[in-house]
Design a protein. Structure first.
Length: 485
């Protein structure tokens, strides 16, 4: 099949002329197969360089074009490796100092931001030192809350800043002073003793530091029993001479040294078994003494020298837990002693030898979460201790062995999509984070465990004759490749 066979008599017989196989294309290699005849094979233009695109022109043969690795993204350093093809290395954006940081936004370029210095605390001044050599260049300096008012308590709350509370309590140093709070001076004491003065000349007015105003009656006694001493509110003390005559036959009266002296008439007959008396109208009387006291608690008798004698009946049963008494009508009685002191804070007992005893009741319940006291009317009381520190960022607890303690409130919601903070007044606060990177070449979302995640938008249109890429402002772009079929 690769020769043209002819018989030429002039040349002595058969002539075999080789067939010329020429397809006329520089992109084909021509050959001949003895069995099948002419055939063509595609010329390989591959130069084994991933940085070129290889083509074949039927008239001129193989030619190559260098591929463009420019992805039009200023955030990559574009290069080409002859084995791997285009490479894109992340571009690191420079910054001027430690108080700024930079990031490269795809297809936009470098953006520089200030370091976050706000600690969300109104009680600090936040500053970043651009020349700092520390790991953290940011400092938070506490602010000073002073309103120059000595009548306020100056505090700072992280959520709102300085607060000035008019809660200074001034106490008078005693009952003879009043007190007020003056912002420039603080607590000022004023003597109010003069306000205790009154209109009466029969009273001495004064001020006692412990009880306040006092009134003491003026002493008008002139020490002379022969005068009647009294006081007039308008004029003061007055004295009137006493008339010593008493119209009494049983006395003799005289005034000695300015005093009335009344001397009783002596009606004593020196017999103690008579009752010597005197009647103011008639004088002395001596009546036989009746020594009967009508009491079963005494033995009655009379002695002319000593008079009536009453020997007390002995009712003592030698038991300190009984009240030994004697009733004139019935005689001795031994009544059990009531040791109840009407005080629920004592344990009442009685001993036959020593009598009543009172032991203080122990109200300590060994619990530091209660305030233990004893009230005489009802006994032991255990009032719960108030552990509230008025801070919504703490959990207030109490332990029987330690007392009040406060745990920091755990505001972690285990959600990477929120910023967890705590405010002293409102408690836990959860602020959603924004994951939008303003790049149409990514799909942005937030994962509760990972936080912000961005997935690359697939721009492959599955057409080998287009170059597929993505613009961060407009999204996917599919550019046709020339000479591609």
């Amino acid at each position: 099949m690769c020769t043209t066979d002819n018989c030429v008599p002039d040349q002595g017989g058969c002539v075999y002329t080789t067939v010329v196989c020429n397809s006329g294309s520089e992109c084909k290699t021509d050959s001949c197969d003895p069995k099948t005849g002419c055939k063509t094979t595609d010329v390989s233009c591959d130069d084994d360089n991933a940085c070129t695109k290889d083509y074949c022109d039927p008239y001129t043969g193989c030619y190559r074009e260098t591929i463009s690795c420019d992805d039009e993204n200023p955030c990559t350093v574009d290069d080409c490796d002859s084995y791997a093809g285009c490479t894109y290395t992340k571009y690191e954006c420079p910054v001027d100092d430690v108080c700024h940081y930079a990031e490269c936004v795809n297809f936009v370029g470098c953006k520089v931001y200030e370091v976050q210095i706000d600690d969300n605390n109104a009680c600090t001044t936040d500053y970043c030192d651009p020349n700092s050599q520390d790991v953290d260049p940011v400092t938070h300096t506490p602010i000073v809350c002073d309103d120059d008012n000595k009548c306020t308590s100056d505090i700072c709350k992280p959520c709102s800043g300085c607060v000035y509370l008019w809660d200074v309590v001034c106490e008078a140093k005693d009952e003879c002073h009043s007190v007020e709070c003056i912002p420039s001076e603080g607590c000022v004491q004023t003597d109010i003793s003069e306000s205790c003065e009154g209109p009466s000349k029969c009273l001495d007015y004064a001020c006692d530091p412990y009880s306040g105003c006092t009134q003491t009656r003026v002493e008008c006694d002139d020490g002379d029993a022969c005068t009647v001493d009294w006081c007039d509110d308008a004029e003061g003390c007055k004295q009137v001479i006493v008339d010593c005559f008493d119209n009494n036959e049983c006395t003799t009266e005289e005034c000695v040294g300015g005093k009335c002296v009344f001397t009783s008439v002596d009606c004593n007959d020196e017999d103690e078994c008579t009752i010597d008396s005197c009647c103011t109208d008639t004088g002395c009387k001596n009546i036989p003494r009746d020594c009967n006291d009508n009491s079963k608690c005494t033995d009655d008798d009379c002695d002319s020298k000593y008079g009536c004698t009453y020997k007390k009946v002995n009712c003592d049963d030698e038991d300190a837990c009984t009240v030994d008494d004697c009733c004139p009508m019935n005689g001795c009685s031994n009544i059990p002693r009531d040791c109840d002191d009407d005080n629920h804070c004592t344990v009442d007992n009685c001993d036959k030898k020593s009598g009543c005893s009172y032991v203080s009741l122990d109200c300590n319940d060994k619990d530091k979460c209660t305030r233990d006291a004893c009230l005489p009317d009802c006994g032991c009381v255990h009032e719960l201790t108030n552990c509230d520190d008025y801070n919504a960022c703490t959990v207030d607890l109490c332990s029987a062995d330690k007392g009040c303690y406060h745990w920091a409130q755990d505001c972690t919601d285990n959600d990477a999509c929120t910023i967890d903070t705590c405010c002293e007044e409102k408690g836990c606060q959860y602020t959603a984070i924004c994951c939008d990177d303003n790049n149409k070449c990514t799909e942005d979302s937030c994962d509760r465990e990972l936080g912000c995640v961005s997935h690359k938008v697939p721009c492959d249109d599955f057409d080998k004759c287009t170059e597929d890429w993505c613009d961060c402002d407009t999204g996917c772009i599919n550019t046709p490749i020339p000479y591609c079929h």
